[in-house]
Design a protein around this ligand. Structure first.
Ligand code: AMP
Length: 209
């Protein structure tokens, strides 16, 4: 089974991806996480990618599609988190899936308004080791899975959030219609709690997998 999660920044893609992967035994493929791994290196390409990410801009489709192809060619059963981010990626992804004899079963669109998403960004912390996402105010900033000190992502600030939201509206939003026309899109209100959102996802996927 392959699932795509589409959502504006801070709608809960990371959290829901983890829950779906755990329950249905799928592989979490976050292009944002893959890019953050790439940018640990200190070469020219990594610096360019880091700079674009810090501004909330999209990385070139060629780089992204290469990363995706390398990950999926010898493996199956993915939750795609943060990909495809524009129409060209969605169309190229279909060609790649066809060539590999694979398909997407569900596209889940986590819908949230801009203000709610922004308020989540302010309290969002991530584990640098396992990439788990937390929403915390005064609680201790330690990862429950690996006891690492949690950090704030460099792009989780109001200015970059505004850019990321604009990029989402201009580039990613049309992808929703693309999948709606294919009849595989499911829309969920993502202003609810993570448990409520996940219950809705479970009712879409069902218990058969
Ligand atoms: P995310 O972790 O999904 O919020 O992504 C963080 C940043 O990584 C985005 O703001 C983009 O700069 C970059 N990024 C992630 N996925 C993609 C993608 N599919 N295409 C282009 N850029 C991406």
């Amino acid at each position: 089974m392959n699932i795509i999660l589409i959502a504006p920044p801070a709608a809960g893609k990371g959290t829901q991806s983890e829950l779906i992967c755990k329950k249905y035994n799928l592989n979490h493929l976050s292009t944002g996480d893959l890019l953050r791994e790439v940018t640990i290196k200190d070469d020219e390409v990594s610096r360019e990618i880091k700079d674009l990410m810090n501004k909330g801009m999209l990385i070139s489709d060629d780089i992204i599609l290469k990363l995706i192809e390398n990950k999926i060619k010898d493996n199956d059963n993915f939750v795609f988190d943060g990909f495809p981010r524009n129409l060209n990626q969605a169309i190229s992804f279909d060609t790649l899936l066809n060539n590999l004899n694979k398909k997407i079963d569900y596209v889940i669109y986590l819908k949230i308004d801009k203000q709610t998403a922004l308020s989540r960004i302010v309290d969002r912390y991530v584990c640098p080791k396992c990439n788990s996402v937390y929403n915390l105010k005064d609680e201790v900033k330690i990862c429950k899975n690996c006891s690492e000190q949690l950090i704030k992502r460099k792009d989780d600030n109001e200015e970059t959030f505004n850019n990321r939201y604009d990029v989402y509206m201009n580039e990613t939003y049309p992808v929703i219609n693309y999948y709606k026309e294919k009849g595989i899109l499911h829309e969920i209100d993502s202003s609810n709690t993570p448990d409520t959102i996940f219950n809705e996802i479970e009712s879409i996927i069902g218990e058969l997998w």
